[in-house]
Design a protein around this ligand. Structure first.
Ligand SMILES: [Zn+2]
Ligand SMILES: [Zn+2]
Length: 364
């Protein structure tokens, strides 16, 4: 039996659809039948060639944000990471990375182990078990990736962004801390910013102000709980800073969170914060893109900054449970704005690269 995989063969080049034999899982691994895989911002970075440098002399399978059902279980895999029994056919959400357990990050208990992609990036799709990334009919899930059975009754399009976008937003806001009544500025209303808007509300924020350059995203942000929105394409940075200060009684926001991926957003965010405010950085994931900031303002403002990459194991089940509990309140299924058949993955990448779609998903 074989399955399709969309293979990356170099920046800017079309992904090539190839067939590979579906592997049998090792005793401590399992094979997932992928049902929905999303194009995340970092997939676009790789594809454009401005993400972390990856080899172009071997075929690779990109993609990491996905959901699927267990196709075949290794004989030692009987429970998920929360202790629930696993059976073939169960739908699961899982981490797309696995900490190595033997580096400075792992030693100190910090997520973001530099070896976390060792079974994915720079691994040839020609090498068994072939299905190393999300953009395939199957995904080979090794031990050390946290696995969780998903709640019944949620559509795939609500569950598929959990292992990247939603967990990232949830963990980031947990790390920066949101206190009851906080005024929170969310920069960017793509997938992460929309989740962050709802999560900040659920964490007790008194006022959530969400910024984006597209009016339709801001309308959606309101459905995700934004109390106020600001359109970046219709205002100057000075006007936005002044508006945030006016909405917060002149003091500025308690928390700002950057999900735009634009280095220039950082300076604006620091100026929106109150004295002692906290700034979460998530969107600018690629080193080498510089921003101008006013460090004196941050020192005199006694501001805290925290960069966050990936998350801890407890985050996925909490994210799944949040969707289950609050799906009547927030339109989680609308974060996926477009669903495209997997065979048309190059059209899907072109659509995602335009930047207007919130998230494009591939239906396997
Ligand atoms: Zn991602
Ligand atoms: Zn490590």
């Amino acid at each position: 039996m074989t399955g399709r995989a969309a293979v990356f063969v170099g920046p800017g080049r079309p992904l090539e659809m190839r067939e590979y034999p579906v592997p049998d899982p090792a005793p401590d691994a399992l094979v997932v039948k992928v049902s929905l895989a999303n194009i995340c911002g970092s997939d676009l970075h790789f594809w454009r060639g401005n993400g972390p440098k990856i080899r172009t002399d071997i075929p690779q399978i990109l993609g990491h944000e996905m959901v699927g059902v267990i196709h075949k279980l290794g004989r030692e895999v009987v429970r998920d990471s929360a202790g629930q029994p696993l059976r073939e056919g169960d739908r699961i959400a899982y981490a797309y990375f696995s900490p190595c357990g033997a580096c400075a990050a792992c030693l100190t208990g910090t997520p973001g182990c530099p070896n976390r992609y060792r079974n994915w990036l720079n691994v040839s799709a020609d090498a068994p078990p072939h299905f190393h990334g999300a953009f395939g009919d199957y995904y080979y899930l090794r031990s050390r990736h946290w696995i969780f059975r998903t709640p019944e009754g949620l559509p795939d399009r609500s569950v598929s962004p959990v292992n990247c976008a939603m967990s990232e937003a949830l963990y980031g806001l947990h790390q920066i801390g949101v206190v009851i009544g906080d005024a929170v500025v969310i920069q960017g209303a793509g997938g992460l910013g929309l989740y962050a808007t709802a999560i900040a509300k659920e964490m007790g924020a008194g006022l959530v102000i969400t910024l984006d350059r597209f009016a339709d995203r801001l309308a959606l942000a309101q459905q995700f709980g934004a109390d106020r929105t600001l359109n970046v394409s219709e205002t100057t940075p000075e006007e936005r800073v002044e508006q945030v200060r006016a909405w917060t009684g002149g003091t500025g926001a308690d928390v700002a969170a950057e999900f735009t991926g634009a280095p220039a957003a950082i300076d604006e965010g620091t100026r929106m914060l109150r004295f002692g405010g906290r700034y979460l950085w998530i969107g600018n994931i690629n080193p080498g893109f510089r921003a101008e900031i006013d460090p004196g303002l941050m020192v005199r403002g006694s501001q805290g900054v925290r960069g966050v990459i990936v998350y801890e194991p407890w985050v996925i089940p909490r994210a799944l449970d949040l969707i289950r509990r609050t799906q009547a309140r927030y339109p989680f299924d609308r974060v996926i704005s477009h669903v495209v058949p997997f065979g048309q993955i190059n059209e899907a990448f072109a659509l995602a690269a335009e930047g207007k779609a919130i998230r494009v998903a591939l239906q396997m």
